[in-house]
Design a protein around this ligand. Structure first.
Ligand SMILES: [Zn+2]
Length: 450
């Protein structure tokens, strides 16, 4: 039995109508299928009723394949996806994504799955940034320039001189923000511990981990603007668009691209605590960046072919060397590695690129809102709640309607630029893709994860 999974979020920006998704998915199915459709749910987590229903059937062994229109319909989070993927593989379920043109019954399909998920996340981050750029001029007036509100705030409309503008307004999570800062300002508490604490608290608004907590700490919107904060911003070479008088100890401000303006919301965290926390986070990340893994995105994956210990990358007057510090009976390992890490890196990137080149993407078609689409939509809405014996009938009708709609495909190739990624993102992707690299005297063997 195939499971066709459809999702449309409330957010109009990412909307591909449910019926368009279904139409595309049906082409992949060989006839026996069930449809699961979550409308008005975001893909940021798996807390979706029909999705959960489908996962239950998977665990019961009733599903062989999942078909989705696009990967992000299934999950938008790499962490979630990896967890889900384990459930799927454990139950022998194959995964087909129509848009990305692959299925996971092939090793290449599995590799692409990881790569595409990683890039999808990057792309979302870039889009968010672009939106910010567009609304840059609003920022200077203290108006929220666009994009989602930081955790602890809602975006509300405020009438300013006869016009409605978006501004931030604290919500019930503001108390959590304050607590996070209070915790982190104490010497001993780490980002990870706060993440754990928030998970235990059961707040599902964010995926709580080091990264999400550090993002909160770095978010300048929380700070109460005082004269002290003004001088701190200047010391960080941030350009300030509001006059010194605006830093009155009441309002919060907005920071975007090294530009700050006092805004209309109240600050949540006093300037002292905010500065203390940000100094701490800077100090800690400085230690991290000079530590392990700064020379290559393959650090930590390299193993010595002789003693199977981790091979380190050492920088000696600008040139990188591989070095095994393993010892047997007190003597250094005699592996004598001569491989060049740069050559290994190049080979890894080239291989990953070649995998992607075989991947064909289809552009999204604009949604046509004709009568047929509406009919299909209505049927899908009905199907979610109707008794099982009627599902086949409705499916049959939907199939007919889909056939009536004209279909056209214009495949395009997309190019993904691995070289353009920064070190952290390269690491993020290749840790998923590579199990380990065994290095011998003059050769390296790459064990891919697919
Ligand atoms: Zn060794």
């Amino acid at each position: 039995m195939d499971a066709i999974y459809l999702r449309q979020s409330v957010d109009k920006k990412d909307s591909i109508s449910i019926e368009t998704q279904l139409e595309k998915c049906l082409k992949e199915s060989n006839g026996k299928y069930m449809v699961f459709s979550d409308k008005g749910f975001s893909g940021k987590d798996t807390n979706r009723p029909q999705f959960q229903k489908m996962m239950k059937l998977i665990k019961e062994g009733k599903i062989n394949r999942i078909i989705v229109y696009r990967l992000d319909r299934f999950s938008r989070s790499i962490a979630d996806f990896s967890a889900l993927w384990q459930v799927l593989s454990a139950n022998g379920v194959e995964f087909i994504s129509v848009n990305e043109r692959f299925d996971t019954s092939t090793p290449i399909g599995r590799a692409m799955l990881y790569i595409i998920m990683s890039f999808a996340q990057l792309e979302r981050e870039t889009i968010a940034e672009r939106i910010r750029d567009n609304y840059f001029s609003r920022l200077e007036k203290g108006i929220w320039p666009g994009g989602p509100a930081p955790y602890g705030f809602d975006i509300i409309k405020k009438n300013i001189q006869g016009k409605n503008f978006s501004v931030l307004s604290e919500n019930e999570n503001a108390a959590n923000v304050k607590e996070i800062f209070d915790l982190y300002s104490s010497e001993k508490v780490s980002l990870g511990e706060i993440g754990k604490y928030m998970r235990q608290k059961g707040d599902n608004n964010l995926t709580w981990n080091n990264l999400s907590v550090s993002r909160i700490i770095k978010c300048a919107e929380y700070a109460v603007c005082t004269s002290e904060f003004y001088y701190y911003l200047i010391s960080q070479s941030i350009s300030i668009k509001s006059s010194f008088d605006c830093f009155d100890g009441k309002s919060g401000g907005i920071l975007c691209k090294k530009t700050f303006a006092v805004s209309f919301h109240k600050g949540i965290v006093d300037a002292d605590t905010w500065i203390k926390c940000n100094e701490k986070i800077k100090k800690n990340s400085a230690i991290k960046n000079t530590g392990r893994g700064k020379y290559s995105f393959l650090s930590g994956m390299l193993k010595c072919g002789k003693c199977m210990r981790t091979v380190k990358i050492i920088n000696s007057s600008g040139k990188l060397y591989l070095f095994c510090s393993g010892r047997t009976n007190g003597h250094l390992c005699k592996c004598d590695i001569k491989c060049d890490i740069k050559v290994i890196e190049k080979h890894v990137l080239k291989t990953a690129e070649n995998i992607l080149k075989s991947c064909v993407f289809q552009p999204d078609k604009p949604i046509c809102n004709d009568e047929i689409s509406k009919k299909i939509q209505r049927l899908i809405d009905i199907m979610c709640d109707c008794p099982a014996e009627n599902v086949d009938l409705i499916n049959e009708r939907i199939k007919q309607l889909c056939k009536m709609k004209e279909k056209s495909n214009n495949p395009i190739n997309i190019e993904i630029d691995f070289e353009g990624l920064d070190l952290e993102n390269k690491k993020r992707i290749f840790r998923k893709l590579i199990k380990q690299i065994v290095v011998e005297q003059e050769k390296a063997i790459i064990y891919w994860n697919f």
